[in-house]
Design a protein around this ligand. Structure first.
Ligand code: ARG
Length: 599
């Protein structure tokens, strides 16, 4: 089964070939002038240029062949030689019934299944998440779902940041503040015998009571600032990081406590946003691979000594920008951010063997990834071109700078969700929605509206674009917003409930009204939106499709009476509404957005 555009492209290609012209010229696109045509082909103009002939004459030959195609009600030449096509009501009706019966709602699957790993979110132990993490989570989740829906084998990994300098900072800060922890560390670190599991349990229980996530959240920014300002403080943090990485028993235990409390809270926050990972691996998970990797890099002659550190030079002649080398081992002997990334490439090759890895990370890390990828290719750890950075712009405040809280701090994900939920409740009340819901259902609806507002605001833009966080606008039920989409979906749901109550059943779809035609043409365009999103790793194509579909439904609903129509027409329109809802919900699901049953 293929969409109309593809089906027509084949016919037009054959018509070009029959005229002795290249078949590729027969590419059909949706019309720029929907008032005049459904589809168009510009191939005659291109053909005319190469063949030095009159484009209208070429178009006339092609149109003559196409005139016999039963799917087309009108084939005409417009302007300089464009071929305009209108699809017949019969062909549109057929396509509508095909989509209605298709569990995939008209979406094709990829020809060759690939194994894809999506590295996204990238939260860190104790460092609060900033909007870059939020965008990565939203975009990465959508990319993961779109790839999976298209038929690839996809694994999403949170790539938890748990092994860097921030850990040394935090270990130091907690010991400074808490004499109990300091004493515990002294005691555990000086032991010769390994810690027994019984002792470990007792230590974890003690830490559980004494060092909370709030403590870490409070201590980290202070420690980070101090590390920037004071050399000695920074050196100690680096030393502690190196000691942690060489598994000094006390620090290692304390670090596991940090990772555990952070992860529990993060998973909860992500889950409430509809972001769930298949893998929650950390930078620390590849620690055992680092020593053999360093040896291997050395054997391959890639490591260079540089003031006590060991680096790989990746710059090439002709580079447009200066790329720093990859810092593999710091002068303290620590593994760095790039080291764990390189070792993670190896780990993934071993454990998943991906055909392609997508790193959904802030555009500001573009150089970092270019350096890591080049090092990986040089070392032969991944096939050239199989690692790809999917960058994105920033979410800004009204001041045009990366979004901060009113107090100027980093925004916590949980606070952002809460703030958006509060706004959603307000908006629902303003719009007189949800009045008959019980309090739990109202909260659930408000939560879904909030998630839709946040995610759609992000996903409607091409990911490379930065955008301004404007909660008032994002949460409105009017305009190009997530709440608008949910509202349209809920309208269809209540229509379907009403029909069911009246015993009306969907039936075969027959298209006639212009609003019905437009709606079916959009349903047909779903596959193209998915193909574009897939190929360009850009979920906004799906967001755009969902929005247009909701608008087309709204116009159809206004123009075409449904339940009051005569029985055959009523069943047809009901089926069309039902199909639209299913495709809309599928598209929303790919964006990580869920519509409530009522509002
Ligand atoms: N934890 C990192 C950060 O906060 C993002 C991780 C992105 N993924 C990666 N493989 N480096 O900046």
């Amino acid at each position: 089964m293929s969409d109309l555009k593809r089906g027509l492209s084949e016919a037009v290609a054959a018509a070009f070939a029959a005229a002795g012209l290249p078949a590729e010229l027969g590419r059909v696109t949706p019309s720029d002038r929907p008032d005049l045509a459904d589809f168009q082909c510009n191939g005659a103009l291109a053909a005319a240029k190469t063949a030095r002939r009159d484009p209208r004459e070429i178009a006339a030959g092609v149109t003559a062949t196409l005139a016999a195609d039963p799917r087309l009600s009108v084939v005409e030449i417009a302007g300089l030689g464009f071929i305009n096509m209108r699809v017949s009501d019969t062909a549109l009706s057929e396509r509508a019934n095909e989509i209605a019966a298709d569990p995939r709602l008209g979406a094709a699957v990829v020809e060759t299944t690939r194994r894809i790993l999506v590295d996204y979110a990238g939260p860190n132990v104790a460092k609060p998440m900033h909007v870059g993490h939020l965008r990565s989570s939203i975009i990465g989740e959508a990319i993961k779902r779109i790839y999976r829906f298209r038929g690839d084998i996809v694994v999403g990994d949170a790539h938890f940041g748990d092994w860097g300098y921030q850990m040394g900072l935090l270990i130091g800060a907690v010991m400074d503040e808490n004499p109990f922890v300091k004493a515990l560390m002294d005691q555990l670190n000086s032991r010769a015998a390994p810690i027994t599991s019984e002792e470990e349990k007792t230590a974890f229980a003690a830490l559980q009571d004494r060092v909370s996530l709030d403590d870490l959240d409070r201590l980290y920014p202070e420690a980070a600032a101090k590390g920037k300002a004071e050399i000695e403080y920074r050196e100690r943090a680096r030393r502690l990081t190196a000691e942690l990485q060489s598994k000094t028993p006390g620090y290692h235990l304390l670090w596991r406590h940090f990772a555990r409390v952070t992860k529990v809270a993060l998973e909860r926050d992500f889950h409430s946003l509809g972001v769930d990972f298949d893998l929650w691996k950390g930078e620390s998970d590849v620690d055992d691979l680092i020593a053999p990797m360093v040896k291997d890099l050395d054997d391959k002659g890639l490591l260079v000594d540089d003031q006590g550190a060991r680096i790989i030079r990746v710059a090439r002649q002709g580079d447009k920008r200066d790329l720093p080398p990859l810092l593999v081992v710091s002068s303290e002997g620590s593994a760095m951010y790039g080291t764990t990334d390189l070792a993670t490439v190896l780990d993934r090759e071993k454990s998943f063997d991906p055909d392609h890895v997508l790193y959904v990370v802030d555009q500001r890390q573009a150089d970092h990834f270019e350096v890591v990828f080049r090092a990986a290719y040089l070392a032969g750890y991944a096939p050239e071109g199989s690692l790809e950075h999917i960058g994105f712009g920033t979410m800004n405040g009204i001041d045009g700078k990366p979004f901060k809280t009113r107090e100027g701090g980093v925004l916590k994900l949980n606070d952002l969700i809460e703030m958006t939920r509060t706004k959603a409740r307000e908006r629902l009340r303003e719009a007189d929605l949800g009045a008959e819901l019980d309090p739990d259902a109202f909260d659930d609806t408000a939560h879904k509206v909030a998630v839709a507002a946040l995610k759609f605001a992000d996903l409607q833009n091409f990911r490379g674009t930065s955008y301004v966080f404007d909660l008032d606008r994002f949460s409105s039920f009017e305009g190009k917003t997530g709440p608008y989409l949910l509202y349209q979906a809920v309208r269809v749901k209540s229509l379907l409930r009403k029909a069911q109550g009246e015993g009306v059943k969907p039936g075969p779809i027959t298209v006639a009204d212009p609003a019905e035609r437009d709606l079916v043409l959009l349903l047909d365009a779903f596959d193209q939106a998915l193909t574009d999103a897939y190929e360009k790793r850009a979920p906004h194509f799906v967001a755009e499709h969902a929005f247009k579909l909701a608008q087309a439904f709204s116009r159809f609903y206004a123009a075409c009476p449904i339940l009051s129509a005569e029985p055959t027409l009523r069943s047809s329109r009901l089926a069309l509404a039902d199909t639209t809802l299913r495709q809309l919900e599928q598209a929303l699901d790919l964006l990580g957005i869920t519509a409530p049953a009522r509002m």
